[in-house]
Design a protein around this ligand. Sequence first.
Ligand code: ASP
Length: 315
Amino acid sequence: MADEESRATPLETRIWDIPSRGPWSLALHGGAGGRIEELSTESREAFEAGLSRAYAAGRTVLEAGGSALDAVCATVEQLEDDPLFNAGCGAALTADGVAEHDAAVMDGQGRAGAIAVSRHAKNPVRVARSVLEKSDHVLLVSPSEQLVTEWGHEVRDQSYFVTEARRVQLDRILNLTLTGPRHGTVGAVARDVHGDVAAATSTGGMAGQSLGRVGDSPIIGAGTYARNDSVAISCTGEGEAFIRGVVSYDIASRMRFLGSSLRDAVATTFAEELTAKNASGGLVGVAPDGRVVVAHNSPTMFAAFEDHDGFAMLT
Ligand code: ASP
């Protein structure tokens, strides 16, 4: 549900549209409207440091000629390990005070893997990638501790994921003293030097959500999507609206079937599927030619990408 503040004011969409700046492209988001508080200078610096580290992790892969899939996974993993962002350690909590994670990866060849309601994996994005690489499935719900370990990934108990800041946020939501945005999510898109695109998304979902609720992030075509003939997209925002509008597939379809540019496709889908329905969120997208689009109609979004003037961040 949109919060009261965003209902009171019209949602304005902001779009950055950046032509390819070299042989590879990378953009990440750290969640739309995920701020727990208005940022102090100190916390802004901490978020910026986290975004920079994550961008650097992906850039290192791409500069070495690595795949877009490796790059988006490295980027998202870094954000999952950072307690400031709503994924992995520091994920938003369900109404019961538990961290349940959703994650997805997809490459431009159409291979996809996702998990939902994950409680044990330290890095949900790694397990999503294992679904892609080691199983015949696309989406696994509640991957067991045993399976996560068998696939070679680290497990943690809930005390690792649940931070004090998230406990306070949940208390305030349950006491109705926090009415502002309560979502977040992290994600990345990349195009590599070989011309392949990929997307990855990871989240703890909406703070205070029901146990077992699954958002858009692990739903292929909603919060995560990639195709080498159109676009790779990772979304953040009010998941139910992104699922109903099949937002990332809607954008890809506008590009494929109508010949829309990435920017125009994003603008139209936002207007019709989000703003018109009073839902807020954002995304990062990359086209096969390396063009990057960063967009949000939420009041804020954390993001990092390369702009005309070099490295840029939104906080
Ligand atoms: N889209 C996520 C979800 O609905 C939350 C978010 O991105 O803020 O689970």
